[in-house]
Write a protein that binds this ligand. Structure first.
Ligand SMILES: NC(=O)c1ccc[n+]([C@@H]2O[C@H](COP(=O)([O-])OP(=O)(O)OC[C@H]3O[C@@H](n4cnc5c(N)ncnc54)[C@H](O)[C@@H]3O)[C@@H](O)[C@H]2O)c1
Length: 329
């Protein structure tokens, strides 16, 4: 599959490397509004630097990978679809739910693949969890508990434009809940606070959140999130059902254990952050997208699913602001 990449920032560079290492994919061109950066990446990878217009008009391009800033996503999704390219877009589609719904309307009945980058679905540990659920290992699911803690607060300037903790950070957890349970919520209730840095409240954000959801089937889901965990990137999932429990634990960088005269302990470090922790997930995600674009069934987050996920983030943010339970439709 011949890819063009839009956006060569932090995540775009990573995707470029992944496309280059995938035997079924080839990176034929790339673009970024920051031409200097695009040229640097293009030169280092031996890939042509071009404009978005040329990408969409190029019959040699099968798929467009959109890794530019969030505010550009909708325009590029629409252009990619019009040009009949397979589209992979980083999450989220937009920070504004009205714009997401408008995009859905404008897309109408599209026939191309449009996947959104909720990569955690493809983490090998979480994949095993999903497979066990599908095989009926724990029967009917009654509870899902997701722990999602970042190692440290990002710069305040980043947070000011992030869309808030529910849209920027927990959106991955909403996708995970929706993916594991295979259903949307009926009700959402959120609490939150700025316990790490109280200045976040000055621009309406928080760094600590707890969300409870009652899903359509009656199953319950809890997400607990923090922008800071001093011991590392903490990503665990527990699923409890009528026949037992499944836990996807934190993988560690090493299996090192210490044995001394007075004590023995095992405290290998957790992964630093998402690019390391979910490295395999990003590779699996690209592989799935390529196969999906050729007609194979997919584990990925399709555009229509990501609309539901964005609605969940909005409902959770509303519940926190209003201090009440929000019904989900
Ligand atoms: N799935 C994940 O785990 C994950 C992780 C990080 C970021 N993201 C998402 O990826 C996207 C990019 O995030 P990032 O951290 O790489 O940001 P970044 O700021 O490092 O990179 C964004 C790039 O987009 C470019 N850009 C801006 N407007 C453009 C335009 N009109 N056309 C072409 N290029 C344009 C910028 O010049 C910049 O190089 C965001 O939507 C973010 O939410 C997803």
């Amino acid at each position: 599959m011949k890819f063009a990449l839009i956006g060569t920032g932090r995540i775009g560079k990573m995707h470029a490397e992944i496309i280059k290492t995938n035997p079924l994919s080839e990176l034929v061109s790339l673009t970024d509004i920051n031409e200097e950066e695009a040229k640097k990446v293009g030169y280092s990878l031996g890939v042509k630097v071009t404009s978005p217009e040329d990408i969409f008009n190029d019959p040699n391009v099968d798929a467009v990978l959109i890794a530019s800033s969030t505010k550009t996503h909708i325009d590029y999704i629409l252009q990619g679809t019009k040009a009949k390219k397979a589209v992979f877009c980083e999450k989220p589609i937009s920070l504004n739910i009205e714009d997401v719904l408008d995009c859905q309307k404008k897309l109408g009945d599209y026939s191309n693949t449009i996947q959104v980058g909720f990569n955690r679905r493809f983490d090998p540990h979480h994949l095993s969890l999903k497979e066990a659920i599908q095989k009926g290992a724990i029967g009917k699911i009654e509870k899902v508990i997701i722990t999602s803690r970042d190692p440290g607060l990002p710069p305040v300037d980043y947070l000011k434009g992030s869309g808030g903790i529910f849209n920027d950070m927990l959106i991955h957890d909403f996708d995970m809940a929706y993916h594991l349970l295979g259903e949307a919520p009926k009700k959402i209730s959120s609490f939150g606070n700025a316990l790490v840095d109280s200045s976040l409240k000055d621009f309406g954000d928080i760094d600590t959140a707890m969300v409870n959801m009652e899903m359509k089937s009656g199953a319950l889901c809890h997400i607990n999130a923090s922008r800071r965990a001093v011991y590392g990137y903490d990503q665990r999932i527990e699923v409890f059902g009528e026949k037992g429990m499944l836990i996807s634990q934190n993988p560690t960088k090493t299996t090192l254990e210490y044995f001394g005269r007075d004590q023995t302990y095992s405290k290998p470090p957790l992964f630093d952050f998402f690019i390391d922790r979910y490295e395999k997930a990003y590779h699996n995600q690209l592989e799935d997208f390529v196969q999906n674009s050729k007609g194979s069934p997919s584990m990925g987050c399709q555009f229509k699913d990501s609309v539901i996920v964005s609605k969940m983030a909005k409902a959770a943010a509303d519940s926190y602001k209003q201090g009440s339970v929000v019904s989900f439709s």
